[in-house]
Design a protein around this ligand. Structure first.
Ligand code: SF4
Length: 374
């Protein structure tokens, strides 16, 4: 049975945490400098499912390019996705851009300051809304991100995966009972820092300021809590990516649909394993291939499956030079009437890897482009 902390223990918890944070917390993160709603919002979205060390360079590049909401709102989606390349979970970037436009159009360019309005914005849940307002404005809101879930699961020795609704509801109640009414900027950062540094996956309990209140520590369960997500073997899917060069050595990229994996990013054409590549390229892309050869397979892992990618390299000749959506190339080496390409011309680009422009690329596409030799 879970033992609730007594009122005086709850007060002790927040006070100990604040004292610890003053000496051992993180005070020089880039979003803690010139702290405002915009910077904290961007950092909180980037930090979802991503570690601080990974986020820092992305955050700095993002701020250099989009220093305020209006600059972000007025940018193209490709510009935003370009700076997100490699950070993953691209819906976050699309939601940021969408939200910036909503704030420009509906809030006169000012990030809203009330909880309900922030919660209604795209890509912002209860914990993120609370974290933004607590850290930027010191408002009193409770947070429960991954780090806090780990700390509280151990503090109260809660068994059960925190991803389930039942366990999550228990954790919210505990988080509410521990959150003080004052000093929210520091408390919010302190509990996140404790989870990220001391109460990490391998906890450093001897250095923990609240170890005497921790039920997992007392019952030697710190390594088994929080209960991990039930393991399922990830399925493996396979695809072939066509890396097609024209006679200028530019590489064909296609913009993916807005919904689904790598939404709106630019990727190589993909074709299923059993499909005849030559016919498919002719009918779908209006391209005649030559010098076709296979490269080394690579695996990209998503949260819910592995994707085995076989790169196929070829030279591409455009069958329809009159098609204005595709740049000039050699004429096809035969006299047949070429078919109409099935891909919308504006969703196709011949990408110059020597002078790359700003567009979002999935990580394995970026990596395959970097390996190309010309
Ligand atoms: Fe985490 Fe250990 Fe502190 Fe408990 S005592 S909160 S397990 S670091």
């Amino acid at each position: 049975m879970i033992r609730r902390l007594k009122t005086e223990e709850q007060h002790t918890f927040s006070q100990l945490l604040l004292n610890w944070h003053a000496n051992h917390g993180r005070h020089d993160l880039p979003w803690q400098q010139n702290r405002n709603l915009y910077r904290v919002w961007i950092s909180e979205i980037m930090l979802q499912q991503t570690q601080v060390s990974t986020v820092i360079p992305y955050f700095e590049r993002f701020m250099a390019r989009f220093p305020d909401i209006l600059t972000l709102a007025n940018a193209t989606e490709d510009d935003v996705l370009h700076l997100w390349t490699g950070l993953g979970y691209y819906a976050r970037a699309r939601n940021l851009h969408k939200t910036a436009k909503i704030i420009r159009d509906n809030y006169d360019g000012q990030f809203p300051e009330d909880f309900e309005s922030v919660l209604a914005l795209a890509g912002i849940g209860r914990s993120t809304a609370g974290a933004i307002l607590a850290q930027a404005l010191g408002q009193c809101h409770v947070i429960l991100d991954g780090n806090v879930k780990r700390v509280l699961s151990r503090l109260y020795a809660i068994t059960g995966w925190p991803g389930t609704k039942t366990i999550e509801s228990q954790l919210w109640l505990h988080a509410e009972s521990l959150t003080p009414e004052h000093n929210l900027k520091n408390y919010t950062q302190a509990i996140m820092d404790l989870g990220a540094t001391v109460c990490a996956r391998k906890p450093q309990c001897p250095q923990c300021p609240v170890s005497h209140l921790c039920q997992a520590y007392a019952s030697e369960q710190t390594l088994s809590l929080p209960t991990p997500k039930p393991r399922k073997t990830k399925p493996v899917k396979a695809t072939r990516m066509l890396i097609l060069k024209n006679n200028e050595s530019h590489v064909l990229l296609i913009q993916r649909p807005a919904k689904g994996i790598w939404g709106s990013l630019w990727s190589f054409p993909e074709c299923e394993i059993e499909t005849d590549i030559t016919d498919w390229s002719r009918n779908t892309l209006g391209l005649q291939l030559s010098e076709l050869h296979e490269g080394q397979q690579l695996r990209h892992t998503f949260s819910h499956y592995h994707l085995d990618i076989t790169p196929l390299y070829a030279k591409a000749n455009i069958l329809s030079p009159s098609d204005k959506g595709i740049s000039e190339a050699e004429s096809p080496p035969y006299n047949e009437v070429p078919p109409e390409p099935m891909v919308e011309p504006k969703k196709i680009v011949w990408y110059n890897t020597r002078q790359p422009d700003s567009r979002g690329l999935p990580a394995p596409v970026k990596s395959l482009l970097q390996q190309l030799e010309f």
